[in-house]
Design a protein around this ligand. Structure first.
Ligand SMILES: NC(=O)c1ccc[n+]([C@@H]2O[C@H](COP(=O)([O-])OP(=O)(O)OC[C@H]3O[C@@H](n4cnc5c(N)ncnc54)[C@H](OP(=O)(O)O)[C@@H]3O)[C@@H](O)[C@H]2O)c1
Length: 305
């Protein structure tokens, strides 16, 4: 697509920050770059607005918010993903021709993922996209599958405590996972908006940076940090029970976190099935160790994006 006009939703979030900055690095390739937000959130975008993003103030379920844009990129977090089918309808009504659902992880539309509630809203969204594509001749969608972000191998959500040098997993350390740095994920997202559309009007970009078992992940952290990790392996059932307890207590965040933790240690699960599409893009992704070293260095220098 020549010089698209792109609007981001959920741009202030964890991933949104990386994606916004990557779009700004490529500003000249786009006719318009905008962020959709609400008046009370405007202050969060002062920096990127000064650097070249337009701010559109409006609701993401109102077609007027998307008028004049061809590409909508959803970067919404878990708790608002349920709104995506209504957002898609609003975008189509506005004449949008390309929609990116909030994915950017494992392919939750296959295998064991189909029965794990963590991916429920992502599945509902893609089901909606599949249903509306045949009804709207100029509407397309793109799904970007990166596997886990390397940054999360340094965070408690994935069981790692880099300060205490501990690791806790519900399942097996032999589970292999696909990993990509968030910086590379942002590059894949931005570059994909400039690629030709597919005849099927559905593009699935499978672009992990590499495949590593938890054993390799922890061995890399030990090597880079020069320490030994204490690892605790819990049963998968424990994650299921904790997810259920959170659900009963009305703690949606907690429920999703334990459903994700269950998946992280599940042997035999393939997060992003091969073949992968990295060669379609014009760069070599960072390896896991290289990314860990860079992220820790940037953190220590206070440079992280
Ligand atoms: N592969 C991985 O390891 C990995 C890791 C993290 C995330 N992800 C994926 O990346 C995508 C984005 O995740 P994220 O962690 O960046 O999301 P996030 O930070 O939790 O939220 C992103 C944005 O969603 C909007 N939002 C969230 N909660 C809201 C609420 N209650 N009301 C209104 N708006 C709300 C906000 O946007 P505004 O304030 O801008 O409106 C927020 O900044 C998701 O699909 C997630 O699964 C993947």
């Amino acid at each position: 697509m020549a010089s698209p006009s792109v609007i981001l939703i959920g741009a202030s979030g964890w991933l949104g920050n990386y994606v916004s900055l990557e779009f700004l690095r490529n500003r000249s390739s786009f006719t318009r770059l905008a962020i959709l937000t609400e008046e009370h959130k405007r202050h969060k975008f002062a920096d990127v607005e000064a650097k070249g993003f337009e701010l559109i103030i409006g609701s993401y379920t109102d077609a007027a918010s998307f008028k004049g844009f061809d590409t909508v990129i959803s970067l919404l977090g878990n708790l608002v993903m349920k709104d995506q089918p209504a957002i898609i309808d609003a975008a189509i009504a506005a004449g949008v021709t390309e929609f990116y659902p909030s994915e950017y992880g494992s392919d939750g539309h296959q295998g064991e993922f189909l029965s794990n509630g963590y991916w429920r809203e992502k599945q509902r969204t893609v089901a909606h996209l599949r249903a509306v594509v045949p009804q709207h001749a100029s509407f397309n969608y793109s799904v970007v599958m990166t596997g886990h972000f390397v940054e999360f191998a340094l965070m408690p959500l994935f069981g790692v405590d880099i300060a205490k040098h501990t690791f806790e997993l519900y399942g097996s350390p032999g589970r292999a996972g696909e990993w990509t740095s968030a910086r590379d994920a942002a590059k894949y997202i931005v570059q994909s908006t400039l690629l030709p559309k597919s005849e099927s009007r559905e593009r699935w970009f499978r672009v992990p940076g590499g495949l590593y078992t938890w054993r390799e992940v922890i061995a890399t952290l030990e090597k880079v940090q020069g320490v030994k990790y204490t690892c605790t392996y819990l049963s998968q059932q424990e994650a299921v029970d904790k997810a259920e307890a959170c659900r009963k207590a009305g703690d949606v965040d907690g429920e999703l976190a334990f459903l994700l933790k269950k998946n992280l240690g599940e042997l035999g699960v393939v997060g992003v099935p091969q073949p992968w599409d990295n060669e379609v893009f014009g760069f070599e992704p960072e390896g896991f160790e290289q990314a860990v070293r860079r992220i820790l260095e940037e953190r220590s220098e206070g440079l992280q994006e």
